[in-house]
Design a protein around this ligand. Structure first.
Ligand SMILES: Cc1ncc(COP(=O)(O)O)c(C=O)c1O
Length: 345
């Protein structure tokens, strides 16, 4: 066991650059991107904007910064932003919405992290009465992280976009795992983006790059985001080394996400029927949540077998499938969880 590679299912952010990606990084032409002179970053901006059918794109260090820039660029302090109660910006981005964007958040329930259009409509406040904060932005997450990797049906995005438009509001899509949604749903990235004012997506998750996300939208919004990126310290100099990894990921790592989805399904199916293990959410993409009697005991037992998963509550464990997990890794993960189920019963 000791000489086996760990099977790290804690997150799809743990991937290491492949040999091909490392070669692309080594060969990258670079310049000072704060002067707008990095040719590889500029190429990435063109590619990302064109892939999503938008005017402009901005490369940023993280998904958190991409979301924050979307919020600060499309709202004013004191405005209200509608988000799902399970959304990443509300739960896991250190309160940047409050501290940096200065907005109020109205969080809504909805199965699997998906916002329900009628609840969104009911939550909007566009009232000239000075008592009220204006609702200026809706944020959706596609796929949903805490919702088990669920993807938005296009029809729901269209309906939420129509509500946003009727009320003079903006729609932002946190597409940290947008391409998992694209591959699972058959809806193109541009098909989703058409209904959104801004979309962010991450290169550092299923796409397998070491860092970086992008925010796309109309030119005026992305210009504002560019100013805020500078303000927040997100201007990177020879960022072409990272942009080269991102371009490589766009060329080589999108279609293969289907393999991660298949492996997630195989893992789940192999464990269904074990009495100590429940599945609180569907797993349509690369994320599987397990419900167990004792999450720490389960995770600890699996870690002893070289299989790493993330406890997300006292009874819930997350396993995420990605580029660095092959079929043998899935087999080891299944065996480890089966063993743990016997041990913790
Ligand atoms: C849905 C979602 N949005 C945003 C982020 C933030 O990305 P980053 O870790 O690059 O800041 C994550 C990270 O896991 C995420 O899952």
């Amino acid at each position: 066991m000791a000489d086996l590679q760990p099977v790290d299912l804690r997150s799809d952010t743990v991937t290491k650059p492949t040999a091909g990606m490392r070669a692309a990084i080594a060969a990258a032409e670079v310049g000072d991107d704060v002067f707008g002179e990095d040719p590889t970053v500029n190429e990435l901006h063109r590619r990302a904007a064109s892939l999503l059918g938008k005017e402009a794109a901005l490369f940023v260090p993280s998904g958190t910064m991409a979301n924050l820039l979307a919020f600060v660029s499309q709202s004013r302090p004191g405005d209200t932003v509608i988000l799902h109660a399970d959304s990443h910006p509300f739960n896991y981005e250190s309160g940047g919405l409050g501290m940096v964007a200065g907005v109020l958040t109205k969080t809504l329930p909805g199965a699997h992290g998906i916002l329900e259009p009628e609840r969104v409509r009911a939550a909007v406040v566009r009232n000239e009465d000075h008592h009220y904060s204006h609702t200026t932005l809706v944020g959706i997450e596609n796929t949903t992280n805490r919702g088990g990797g669920a993807f938005y049906p296009l029809r729901i995005v269209e309906e939420i976009a129509a509500i946003a438009r009727e009320n003079g509001m903006r729609l932002h899509c946190d597409g940290a795992r947008l391409f998992n949604a694209v591959v699972a749903s058959g809806t193109s990235a541009a098909g989703y983006a058409r209904h959104c004012d801004t979309v962010s997506f991450c290169f550092s998750k299923g796409l397998g790059a070491p860092a970086g996300s992008v925010l796309v939208g109309d030119r005026a919004t992305i210009d504002r985001a560019h100013r805020y990126r500078k303000m927040l310290g997100g201007g990177m100099r020879q960022a072409g080394v990272l942009a080269a990894a991102a371009l490589y990921a766009l060329d080589h790592h999108i279609e293969r996400l289907a393999e991660d989805h298949l492996r997630a399904r195989r893992f789940r199916q192999a464990l269904e029927g074990i009495p100590q293990i429940g599945f609180p959410l569907p797993s349509p993409t690369n994320i599987v949540f397990l419900e167990v009697p004792d999450a720490l005991a389960c995770v600890g037992h699996c870690a002893d077998c070289g299989v790493f998963m993330l406890p997300v509550s006292s009874t819930r464990v997350r396993a995420v499938f990605h580029l660095d997990i092959d079929d043998a890794g899935v087999d080891r993960a299944i065996a480890a969880v089966r063993d743990a189920a016997i041990a913790i019963r």
